[in-house]
Design a protein around this ligand. Structure first.
Ligand code: SAM
Length: 416
């Protein structure tokens, strides 16, 4: 029988460029990252830790618990190594098992072949030990075994998540060109928003950024919206411990009276979907939703770290480039003229269009949106002239940011 208290190696995967935020989340939860790669973070912990991490992490994709390491020259060698594992301690022979993998090994042309070989090893072992074989297939809603196999390393894991954690369970209606929930959460964690000051989200689409902001500010974890994980289908899973963990998540929720989150979009359908998504996430009472053009946004007094956060279309999936050039210039004007005292953020996957905003960026943070190289651009929107430097935050402006007498650091279109 597996032991949920047995310490071991855990690897938590995430989308590319999210690992710094994942590592920070882990530190806040009391785990010390041992290794941070571009797509994940390694820590030490137990299967009980895996359970809690699945329920708590906002920027993760999968939580893997290491079962064994192997060296193999070819698929037969991998089969032999996998057959040695006491799968009967972890998996139910009358259950359902799925195999997934990351394989980059010279002996393998088709990763599906490696999956099939591993599935055979797991099934053959269980049948030899119990006389029964589990069902197998592609569904990720039961037990999942994960193979990581490169030229230098072979590792067998239990994937304790199954379905990805990158989706947070509230977006039943994605709308057009939505941000992935884990990415939206990471961009907010990358921002200087203090989780109390106003969070203004024009062009909100399906509402992902506004909803993630509300979830973060009120301590609502993704586990509140999900009731099935792969760890629930591993031997030794303790349902009572899980139920206790759910109660702990509920206790962590704090109401934040006065929290002002405003999301708007000119598209009626987007507002309808954002309303439904916010309701599903349980944060609709925090989000004021309006259907109008972003230039009609009225901002309250900013507070210490009031944020205007915009994810405009950027031509890869939606919109025409010429129109977008006009729109990005208008976003620059909007930030400059109507958002004084706020910290502005624009998340975009079109770096040429980003230059049309015409304001110097205080900071640019690299992300990927799917496969699209993207940036989160931060603009410090001073009140008063640059000479007065009446700034809204205590963070000093980048002295190289390019200042101008207009009261705003202006950037020529050729500058990056
Ligand atoms: C890339 S999508 C935002 C996606 C959003 N972050 C999400 O996760 O669903 C851009 C949104 O901007 C909206 N939009 C475009 N032009 C606008 C304008 N002038 N005023 C307000 N909204 C606008 C579109 O309707 C679209 O929903």
């Amino acid at each position: 029988m597996s032991n949920f208290s047995q310490p071991g190696n855990i690897f938590i995967s995430c989308y590319k460029r999210l690992s710094p935020y994942l590592a920070e989340e882990l530190r806040e939860l009391g785990y010390e990252p041992e290794n941070i790669t571009s797509t994940g973070v390694a820590i030490q912990g137990t299967l009980t830790d895996c359970m809690l991490l699945n329920m708590k992490l906002r920027t993760a994709s999968q939580v893997f618990y290491e079962i064994s390491r192997f060296e193999a020259e070819d698929p037969e060698g991998m089969y032999d190594a996998a057959y040695q594992v006491a799968w009967e301690d972890w998996l139910f022979s009358d259950g359902y098992v799925s195999i997934s993998s990351f394989v980059q090994h010279p002996s393998i042309n088709n990763p599906m072949y490696a999956n099939t070989k591993l599935k055979d090893a797991v099934v053959d072992r269980l049948r030899a030990k119990s006389g029964r074989r589990p069902d197998t297939g592609p569904l990720l809603n039961k037990a999942v075994v994960y193979l990581f196999w490169t030229e230098t390393e072979g590792i067998l894991y239990l994937d304790t998540s199954g379905e990805t954690l990158a989706k947070h369970g509230y977006r039943l209606y994605p709308g057009k060109a939505p941000m992935l929930e884990s990415l939206a959460a990471a961009t907010i964690l990358a921002s200087r928003w203090d989780r109390e000051s106003p969070f203004i989200n024009p062009m909100c689409g399906s509402g992902t950024l506004a909803i993630e902001a509300a979830l973060i500010a009120t301590g609502r974890r993704p586990g509140l919206l999900r009731r099935n994980y792969a760890f629930m289908h591993i031997k030794g899973y303790d349902k009572a411990a899980y139920m206790e963990a759910v109660l702990d998540l509920e206790d962590e929720v704090k109401e934040v009276p006065g929290l002002y989150i405003h999301a708007s979009d000119h598209n009626r359908e987007a507002i309808r979907l954002a309303t439904l998504n916010a309701e599903k996430a349980g944060v609709d009472h925090y989000i004021k939703l309006d259907q109008f053009d972003f230039r009609r946004t009225k901002l309250p007094q900013p507070g210490a770290a009031g944020v205007v956060f915009i994810n405009p279309e950027y031509g890869e999936r939606l919109g025409e480039l010429d129109d977008l050039v006009v729109m990005y210039k208008a976003i620059g004007d909007f930030l400059k003229q109507q958002c004084t005292g706020y910290i502005g953020y624009v998340f975009t996957g079109n770096l040429d269009l980003a230059k049309k905003i015409g304001l110097a960026t205080k900071k640019k943070t690299e992300f990927f949106n799917g496969r699209i190289d993207s940036r989160l651009m931060e603009f410090e929107l001073y009140s008063g002239t640059i000479h007065e430097k009446k700034k809204v935050t205590e963070v000093s402006a980048d002295p190289d940011a390019g200042e101008a007498d207009s009261g705003f650091p202006l950037l020529s279109e050729d500058e990056d």
